[in-house]
Design a protein around this ligand. Sequence first.
Ligand code: G6P
Length: 366
Amino acid sequence: SEIEKGEFEHFMLKEIHEQPEAIRKTLAGRIKDGRVDFPDLEFDNVFKNTGKIIIAACGTSYHAGMVGRLVIEKLARIPVEIDLASEFRYREVLWNPNDLVIVISQSGETSDTLAALREARHNGIKVLAITNVPGSTIAQEAERVIYTHAGPEIAIASTKAYSAQLLIMYLLALYLASLRDSYNPVELEGLANELLGVDAMVESVLQEQQHIKELAEKYHKVQSIFFLGRGLDYPVAMEGALKLKETSYVHAEAYATGELLHGPLALIEQGVPVLTLISQDKLVDKSMSNIKEIKARGAVVLAICKENLQEHCQECDEKILLPRINPMLAPIVAVVPLQIFAYYMALFRGNDVDKPRNLVKSVMGD
Ligand code: G6P
């Protein structure tokens, strides 16, 4: 086949390393002079009049949607609901004619996501699809499509498609914000220009691979890990936990850091591993006070921490540093160490990394 692993032992690792390129391709031609544009989309009338956005997706794509929700609300000031497509089908959605549904699907074939799209269209609601596969069913049935340009993704666990989805979420938030004049234009321009540099930041996180591999070797026999994050770190924690479950078969549970006290704290005892994301400058103090609570009970804390926040993480047992990045864009770089960690955990546990047991690339058929 034309798709080869090349120098890499597995597709998953290859695709992790293709992320800077996936980001560049997804960004290509979309930012000019600090402004985002979607020249061929011809959807401005809908975007200008959208009263509410409803995002529906499954799995990793859902996690991209969670980030999308936070940035669209912040920049474009449009209320966003997000739902698992598998639940969306079974609730009473209270439609408004100027709702806009955004479905996100790497494959463009996930049946629950397709059902959400059809349900919306059946109710006369406009649907924008974000997918990686041209000509997929979801691409065909939506009013409009924005393609992620991650290239074919072979490993079951999604990595580069997720990064590309994140980029689209940011581009869309910036575009909506300038179209609707909802955010300081100078700051929007700053963010757009920063987006042009995130591929290089992802490259620099990839340099941490050896260090992350060593951590995976050290911890590969654990039975369970908690992933914590607050604000934009929370969807990243969810994605990190999903990657670990999928590939290593280690039980991983993501929790919003603030919810820790409402139950899971009862499970924290000597030696329980907890991985925490620390990329949100304004939230770091609040999160570290929660981390102190679990450290006091013996948890082993691994921090994925932005370089400039590392003094706050003194007490953490292990640290992986992220480059200085605007906190709003941090999910793009913060997910990368979690992908590498999941990859090596699977490898050290002797699993079939690219084809985890029981899983398929796209869940179709009902
Ligand atoms: C399956 C895949 C996941 C993916 C999810 C949604 O569970 O194994 O990697 O995130 O489906 O797929 P989609 O193609 O709709 O993004």
